[in-house]
Design a protein around this ligand. Structure first.
Ligand SMILES: NC(=O)c1ccc[n+]([C@@H]2O[C@H](COP(=O)([O-])OP(=O)(O)OC[C@H]3O[C@@H](n4cnc5c(N)ncnc54)[C@H](O)[C@@H]3O)[C@@H](O)[C@H]2O)c1
Length: 348
C-alpha cells in the first residue's frame, strides 16, 4: 500500500508521528509493508517556498492508495490559504464526497452526557463534502465600508445530494443497520433543502429494511444530546455535518478522540483526525493521538485491511479502558507515550 502522509501544522505533526508509529507496528504484526511518502506541505513549506502545494499536487496525490493528513492551520498564515488548498482542495479536486465520521463512545467516563454508556453513543455521520456553503461561491460588495454586502452561496446539486444520501443507505444496508436519519433545514432553506427532501424521499423506499427518519438540523442537535441512542446513521450537508460532528466528538471525550475519512468509494481517499492544529499545544507532547490513530484504522479498513484496522481499534480501546492515555481524557501520558502503549498492545 502506498500512502501519502501530510503531517501539516501544529499538533498535526505530533499526532501523525504516532499514527505512523502505530501503522508500523501493525505492519510488523501482520507482515505487511506500507510504502509511506512524507509530503512536507504545510505552513513551514509555504513560508519557505511560497507554494501551498506543487502545481501537480493533486495529480501526485491521486497516484497513492490513500492519503493521511494530520492537521493544517498556523497563526503565521492568517488567511489560511495553504489549509484551503491542501485540505479543501484535496476534498474537492479528488471529489471526496463522503465525509465519514464515526461517533463512538469507548468508555462511559469520557462522555459528558449524564448516564450515557457506549451502547447509547454509537453512530456514524455522513457529511456531504464537496458542495454546500464551502464551495466558495459568492463575493463582497463595497468591502470594508459601512455598506458592505457579503454573499456566500450554498450549492446543492441533485447528483451531489443523491450520491451522499445513497452512500448513507448503502452503508446502513451493508452493516445491518436499520436507521438512517437525514437532517436539513428545509423549513427555512426552502430551495436548496427541498432538493434534500426530494432525494431522501426518492431513495428511502429502495431500502425497505431501513427506517428513514428526518429532523430539522436544530431539532437533531437537541436529540443528539437528549437521546443519542436513537441514531445509527445520520446524513446531512457540509456545514451541518461539520458542526454536529464536533458536538459528536464531545460525546466521545473531546476533539482529540474523533476520526474521519474523506472518501470517494473506489478511488484514492483521505483520512484525518477531526481536530485542527491546536497551535498552543504544538510540539509539547500533550496532544491526544487517538483521533489520528483511529483515522489510520479507518484508512486501513477502507483499503480492505480489516484485520489490521481491528487490531488498532482493539488496542485503542484497551488504552482507554486502562487509562493509558493523554491528560485531556484523564490520563497522565504524553502524546508519544500514548502512541507507544497502543503500539506495544498491537505487537504483544
Ligand atoms: N482538519 C483540519 O486540519 C482543521 C480542522 C479544524 C481547525 N483547523 C485549524 O486549526 C487551527 C486551530 O483551530 P481551533 O483551535 O479552532 O481547533 P482545534 O481543533 O485545533 O483545537 C480546539 C481545541 O480542542 C482541543 N483539542 C483539539 N485537538 C486535540 C487533541 N488532539 N488533543 C487534545 N486536545 C485537542 C484543544 O483544547 C484545542 O484548543 C486553525 O488554524 C483552524 O483553521 C484545521
Amino acid at each position: 500500500m502506498r500512502i501519502a502522509v501530510i503531517a501539516g501544522d501544529g499538533i498535526g505533526k505530533d499526532v501523525t508521528a504516532e499514527a505512523v508509529k502505530v501503522l508500523t507496528a501493525v505492519g510488523q504484526k501482520f507482515g505487511r509493508t506500507f510504502e509511506l511518502e512524507h509530503l512536507p506541505w504545510g505552513a513551514d513549506h509555504l513560508l519557505a517556498t511560497g507554494e501551498t502545494l506543487p502545481p501537480n499536487g493533486y495529480d501526485l496525490l491521486r497516484g497513492f492508495d490513500a492519503i493521511f493528513i494530520g492537521a493544517l492551520g498556523d497563526p503565521r498564515v492568517p488567511d489560511n490559504r495553504h489549509a484551503r488548498d491542501i485540505l479543501l482542495g484535496t476534498r474537492f479536486e479528488l471529489d471526496l464526497y463522503v465525509n465519514f465520521r464515526p461517533v463512538k463512545l469507548l468508555d462511559e467516563r469520557l462522555c459528558p452526557l449524564k448516564g450515557r454508556t457506549p451502547e447509547d453513543v454509537d453512530f456514524v455521520v455522513f457529511r456531504e463534502n464537496t458542495e454546500g456553503v464551502y464551495v466558495g461561491v459568492g463575493g463582497r460588495f463595497k468591502p470594508n465600508t459601512p455598506d458592505e454586502v457579503a454573499i456566500q452561496e450554498e450549492v446543492n446539486t441533485y447528483k451531489g445530494v443523491h450520491r451522499i444520501v445513497k452512500q448513507a443507505f448503502e452503508y446502513a444496508a451493508a452493516n445491518r443497520l436499520t436507521k438512517v436519519c437525514m437532517a436539513d433545514k428545509s423549513n427555512a432553506m426552502t430551495q436548496g433543502h427541498a432538493l434534500w427532501q426530494r432525494v431522501f424521499k426518492e431513495l428511502a423506499p429502495q431500502y425497505p429494511g431501513i427506517t428513514a427518519t428526518h429532523y430539522y438540523i436544530d431539532a437533531l442537535a437537541m436529540y443528539m444530546v437528549l437521546d443519542p441512542g436513537q441514531f445509527e446513521v445520520i446524513v446531512t450537508n457540509n456545514l451541518f455535518g461539520d458542526i454536529i460532528t464536533d458536538l459528536g466528538a464531545t460525546f466521545q471525550g473531546g476533539l482529540g478522540m474523533a476520526a474521519s475519512g474523506n472518501i470517494h468509494p473506489g478511488r484514492t481517499s483521505m483520512f484525518e483526525p477531526v481536530h485542527g492544529s491546536a497551535p498552543r499545544f504544538a510540539g509539547k507532547n500533550i496532544a491526544n493521538p487517538i483521533g489520528a490513530i483511529s483515522s489510520m484504522a479507518l484508512l486501513l479498513d477502507t483499503l480492505g485491511a480489516q484485520d489490521e484496522s481491528a487490531a488498532i481499534e482493539a488496542a485503542v480501546l484497551r488504552a482507554v479502558k486502562e487509562n493509558q492515555v493523554t491528560t485531556d481524557i484523564g490520563g497522565s501520558l504524553g502524546t508519544r507515550e500514548a502512541g507507544d502503549f497502543i503500539s506495544r498492545v498491537i505487537l504483544a
